[in-house]
Design a protein. Structure first.
Length: 239
């Protein structure tokens, strides 16, 4: 599963290669995706290569080969997903309003346990490339889920939230939402391609992403660079 930025970059590379026969330069990619630096493009390229969508050819400048395309870009559908009947993960856009489930759905608090997809890893430290693979599930008590709406799980990477009781390797349960209030611990997407788990605080037109570890600095960013993608509602720890 690809994030929005990964999908946009793959589409741009494929379009340019179909038109020109060669991939675009990193500067062209940066401009097309409206990123501030080429380091973001490097991370996106690495993520696409790790997921098997592109291949970088050694000893050749601007040498990128398209290996496959997702179905949304005209690639072949995944036969394993089609025949398994399993979970089909979605890219977390972070700008959708909270959506209630159908009226016929069971109240989540009446269910003993619910399987949630582990949608990848979330940084409790320096932001990392967003991952959304949904390859594993975790069973959580229905009482842990907050209200009605979509929920998912993420594995924590890093120690910036340890004073909030969130440790490296913990599984956090997130309710999907684009809204937050001061003091909420949220999943934040920074500049459209990096994700982090931090405490939210609004300061006028700026957003402060506060760590719960004195070794990590608070990041203060323009509000248009931060997308709230979910709110922490639970935590699971293995010993």
């Amino acid at each position: 599963m690809l994030t929005k930025k990964q999908l946009q970059l793959l589409d741009f590379i494929n379009t340019r290669m179909q038109r020109d026969g060669v991939p675009p330069s990193f500067d062209e990619m940066k401009e097309a995706l409206d990123l501030r630096s080429k380091s973001g493009i490097h991370r996106l390229i690495t993520a696409l290569e790790e997921r098997g969508f592109i291949r970088r050819l050694a000893h050749r400048a601007r040498a990128i080969e398209i290996v496959k395309l997702p179905e949304s870009l005209g690639g072949a559908p995944s036969t394993s997903a089609a025949h398994s009947g399993g979970f089909n993960p979605r890219v977390i856009d972070g700008d959708r309003p909270d959506a209630p489930p159908p009226a016929s759905a069971l109240d989540i608090e009446t269910v003993t346990a619910i399987n949630l997809p582990i949608m990848g890893k979330i940084a409790a430290g320096v932001p990392i490339e967003a991952v959304s693979d949904g390859a594993m599930n975790v069973a959580v008590p229905g009482s842990m889920l907050s209200g009605r709406g979509n929920h998912y799980a993420l594995e924590v990477k890093g120690e910036s939230m340890i004073e909030a009781g969130i440790n490296h390797g913990d599984i956090v349960v997130i309710r999907e939402t684009s809204q937050a209030k001061d003091g909420d611990i949220i999943v934040a997407m920074v500049e459209g391609y990096e994700t982090t788990l931090k405490r939210y605080k609004r300061q006028g037109d700026m957003i402060a992403l506060e760590a719960a570890n004195p070794a990590f600095e608070t990041r203060v960013l323009p509000s248009d660079m931060v997308e709230v993608q979910g709110k922490l509602v639970g935590l699971i720890r293995s010993y």
